[in-house]
Design a protein around this ligand. Structure first.
Ligand code: FE2
Length: 248
């Protein structure tokens, strides 16, 4: 369905509503801290008006090549298993999303974040801050060079360790294409006891796990993992017509 603002010929796209059966619940009993911070009321779908369906200004010219290489900070190289993480950002119609802002944050090889409240006894790395960002190219592709994050304990239950993961934040071309999620690594032995991973509905869980890529693994340099990300798509590309009906 296409919406039209009253009195103008500007046709707004409509972003598809999420399939509720695949939606991760806002509260999940096994993930204890959600009991304190999960909303008590059901989520409300935003109306899709001009503000919601047009794109934010990302300042993409401020994103540099160094931002996509997390292995080098403060004049030295981070310790750990070097990995290339790459993939495509697609919308739900399978179309690439160019110029999407992809931001990541992660623990270091020992499983520790450079964060004021992370003080478990694992070492910090002076050459790793765990922060990166990149803008997708015209085919929706992104890639980061980083260090494989370690597992870390998090106190949710006795001997609770998070599977290795990288946090992702994405901004597509409009606010309905905002996504904050986590990428996991294939075959992690910690999946079975992780309530954050298990809170994802069964049918959608595989989408959170990257795949090892022998093709992109670089000899004598780095292992590679592929992870394609799907953002909500539109059923209509925005367009504007002038009075005689031609596309402006
Ligand atoms: Fe984390």
């Amino acid at each position: 369905m296409t919406g039209t603002t009253s009195g103008s010929r500007l046709h707004l796209p409509r972003y598809l509503r999420q399939d509720e059966s695949l939606r991760t619940p806002v509260g999940y009993a096994g993930y204890r801290s959600t009991g304190l911070r999960a909303p008590l009321r059901a989520p409300v779908d935003l109306p899709q008006r001009l503000t919601e369906v047009t794109g934010p200004v990302l300042g993409e010219d401020r994103v540099t090549a160094q931002d996509a290489d997390l292995t080098w900070r403060n004049g030295g190289e981070a310790v750990g298993q070097r990995i290339l993480v790459f993939g495509r950002v697609l919308d739900s119609g399978g179309r690439p999303v160019p110029d999407a802002l992809v931001e990541v944050w992660q623990a270091n090889a020992a499983g520790r974040y450079r964060h004021v409240v992370d003080n478990w006894p694992a070492p910090l790395d002076p050459h790793f801050d765990g922060l990166g960002r990149v803008v997708t190219d015209s085919l929706g592709r992104y890639e980061f060079l980083t260090i494989k994050p370690g597992a870390y304990p998090w106190g949710n239950h006795h001997n609770a360790w998070r599977p290795a993961h990288i946090h992702f934040s994405l901004f597509g071309r409009a606010f309905p294409q905002r996504l904050v999620t986590q990428m996991y690594f294939p075959g992690d032995p910690l999946f079975g006891q992780d309530p954050i991973y298990n809170a994802i509905p069964d049918a959608a869980r595989h989408r959170a796990v990257s795949q090892y890529s022998l093709e992109r693994t670089q000899d004598n340099w780095a292992l590679a993992y592929q992870w394609d990300i799907v953002l909500r798509g539109t059923d209509q590309t925005p367009f504007e017509t002038d009075d005689d009906g031609d596309v402006a």
